[in-house]
Design a protein. Sequence first.
Length: 155
Amino acid sequence: MINESNIRPIVNDVLQGTECFLVELVVAPGAKILVELDSPSGVTIEQLRKISRAIENQLDREKEDFELTVSSPGLEKPFRVFEQYLKNVGRSLTVDLNDGRKLEGKLEEATEKGIVLESSSREKVEGKKSKQDVVRRHEVGMNEIKQAKVLITFK
């Protein structure tokens, strides 16, 4: 029976020495294997093909048929591993917090303990006649984040 413990060592061997990292590995009923990879500079089709071939060469379709999907995570998917935060420093994120609040801003820093978002808005400031640009820094612990993903904008 194909399971995650069969696939993970194969993926780790191929990724060793590269800047790619594993985002998600799922083996669903019916031997449906999903592998998602990413890297700081993005993943190429050739890198995805290499992983796919390595997995296919290690598994025997004569023993058990399987369905294999190797891809990179889409922009619409929430972050699942810390490396995704590092990759996206400098980009705008939308972050849903465990307490129900939602933050949007530019990811300035990411550590394993937390992130720093910077947001700006036009607000009425006491003593000023017109609205002013107000910049806020939000320090958020990783344990406070319910979900984070890249904010897609069309400018």
